[in-house]
Write a protein that binds this ligand. Structure first.
Ligand SMILES: Nc1nc(=O)c2c([nH]1)NC[C@@H]1CN(c3ccc(C(=O)N[C@@H](CCC(=O)O)C(=O)O)cc3)CN21
Ligand SMILES: CC(C)C(=O)C(=O)O
Ligand SMILES: [Mg+2]
Length: 288
């Protein structure tokens, strides 16, 4: 089994031009598949609010939900670099709050890093968490926690003005001490430029290929989520179709009494005559 990566391994990968592949998931089963498949990092994302809990966005996710899911992921993937995703409201009020909640991820869910959304506006929080000895991943561009102010899940950085804001955010995140940066939902030119200019690993989701690695939701890449698929998601298998088919088969077999079959049943141990006697003896007790 491969040894768990550290932040230094991520820097080494960048140096060697080896792309990092991370995946977003929220439970121990899928975490174990990802570890076995050799993923470089797992993000226990606040997209759980949509994928697991059926909300329209990520805003309702709480620290307690994030910690509980992260604990499951860690148990399923004990040897994979794990990132906790600070949910909306867990780092916005004050730097002190941000540090307290980042510490919860480290103490309670054994993460290797925490990620938070935003640039210039949250630089003080990134700095405070970093100074407390933790690893911060920045996340800018399309930031789902602030979709209300962006008018939805909209690609960012398509105009010169918007691109400038993203570049300023990237610089602020780097200067605040973030050890890596994730760019979401931006044109590839913006990602390529930020990747060329910053010394830290720059990863992308919907940001093109010119960076140090890619992120995708397991729910999108495995075909689990049916509400929508972002333009940048690729479906590698169709779990929804397989699961629906499997449940259909189960329902049919129950109706037809094809399930359970003999191999799914327990056997009595002892003399069947004795059981017959017992059943007879107990009969009166069923009468009211
Ligand atoms: N299933 C899923 N996949 C994701 O990648 C994802 C989530 N959910 N939820 C949290 C955030 C939100 N993300 C999203 C959600 C939707 C689009 C989307 O539909 N975008 C449109 C373009 C919108 C525009 O720019 O106007 C697209 O065609 O990709 C993009 C990113 C990325 N994250
Ligand atoms: C979209 C990814 C990067 C994320 O933050 C999440 O899934 O929560
Ligand atoms: Mg997230």
């Amino acid at each position: 089994m491969a040894k768990k990566k550290t932040i230094l391994d991520l820097y080494k990968m960048k140096e060697n031009g080896e792309k990092a592949a991370w995946i977003v998931l929220y439970d121990s089963c899928f975490a174990s598949y990802a570890e076995e498949a050799g993923v470089d990092m797992i993000l226990c994302g606040d997209s759980m609010g949509m994928i697991v809990y059926g909300n329209a966005g990520t805003v309702p996710v709480t620290m307690d939900m994030s910690i509980a899911h992260c604990q499951g992921v860690r148990k399923g993937a004990p040897n994979t670099y794990l990132i906790g995703d600070l949910p909306f409201g867990s780092y916005h009020i004050s730097a002190e709050d941000a540090v307290r909640n980042a510490i919860r991820f480290y103490k309670e869910a054994d993460v290797d890093a925490v990620k938070l959304e935003g640039g210039v506006a949250v630089a003080d929080k990134i700095k405070a968490i970093t100074e407390a000895g933790m690893v911060v991943f920045g996340h800018i561009g399309l930031t789902p926690q602030s979709s209300a102010s962006m008018g939805g899940f909209k690609a960012q950085g398509r105009t010169v003005e918007s691109a400038k804001a993203i570049i300023e955010d990237a610089i602020a995140v780097y200067k605040a001490g973030a050890r890596t940066l994730l760019l979401e939902g931006v044109p590839e030119e913006i990602c390529a430029y930020v990747h060329k200019m910053l010394p830290i690993p720059v990863y992308g989701i919907g940001a093109g290929i010119d960076c140090d690695g890619q992120v995708i939701l397991a729910a999108d890449s495995l075909g689990m989520y049916k509400n929508f698929t972002p333009k940048f998601a690729k479906k590698y298998v169709d779990i929804a179709a397989m699961a629906t088919q499997g449940i259909e088969d189960y329902v049919k077999e129950v109706k037809e009494e094809a399930f359970p079959a003999p191999e799914h049943k327990y056997k009595i141990s002892g003399d069947p005559e004795e059981f017959a006697k017992l059943f007879e003896e107990m009969k009166p007790f069923f009468e009211k």
